[in-house]
Design a protein around this ligand. Sequence first.
Ligand SMILES: Cc1cc2nc3c(=O)[nH]c(=O)nc-3n(C[C@H](O)[C@H](O)[C@H](O)COP(=O)(O)O)c2cc1C
Length: 180
Amino acid sequence: MRPAGPAAQARPARFSPARRLLCEAGGMARLLIVHHTPSPATQVLLEAVLEGARTDEIEGVEVVTRPALAATAVDVLAADGVVLGTPANIGYMSGALKHFFDGVYYPCLTDTAGLPYALYVHGNDDTAGAVRAVEAIAKGMSWHRHRPPVSVTGAPDAAAREACWELGALSALATLERVG
Ligand SMILES: Cc1cc2nc3c(=O)[nH]c(=O)nc-3n(C[C@H](O)[C@H](O)[C@H](O)COP(=O)(O)O)c2cc1C
């Protein structure tokens, strides 16, 4: 059966009034980082994303990390922005990230339309299928891709770390914008 997501795209972007009130009262916007990190190379990328997201230059954003196998719908409902990180596995996203989406798709479909998200993918030689798969599901949930994905193949070099840092920092900004 085709998921009900595309119909939801007609809805305007929205966020919880309770979260807006919290932020207006001096609370923090929340950036959720959902990642599958099975190796040193993927750990390097995660750490660069976290460093960017937590840069001192951006205030008012709480950064929460969840391994994809532990992230829940409650985590997503409480978030004002999301970063997704996965290795490419057999031309697709990791089973762990797919498991995450399987658990949050319907519980979050109504209330997270317009949620800003960004993606980083690591692979040996070809990340296109993984990117396509994540973007298809995120589109089905009416999430907003606020910047192009970062794709890294092989050992992460300085440019890859920099791209992930930037992804984290810009995701923190997009999270603030959603609340403000
Ligand atoms: C079962 C399996 C399938 C994989 N499939 C792909 C793939 O389709 N494309 C790709 O670029 N890399 C693929 N890889 C490589 C992983 O993406 C890579 O191991 C992961 O990003 C971690 O990087 P590292 O092994 O260099 O630490 C696969 C790895 C495994 C274990």
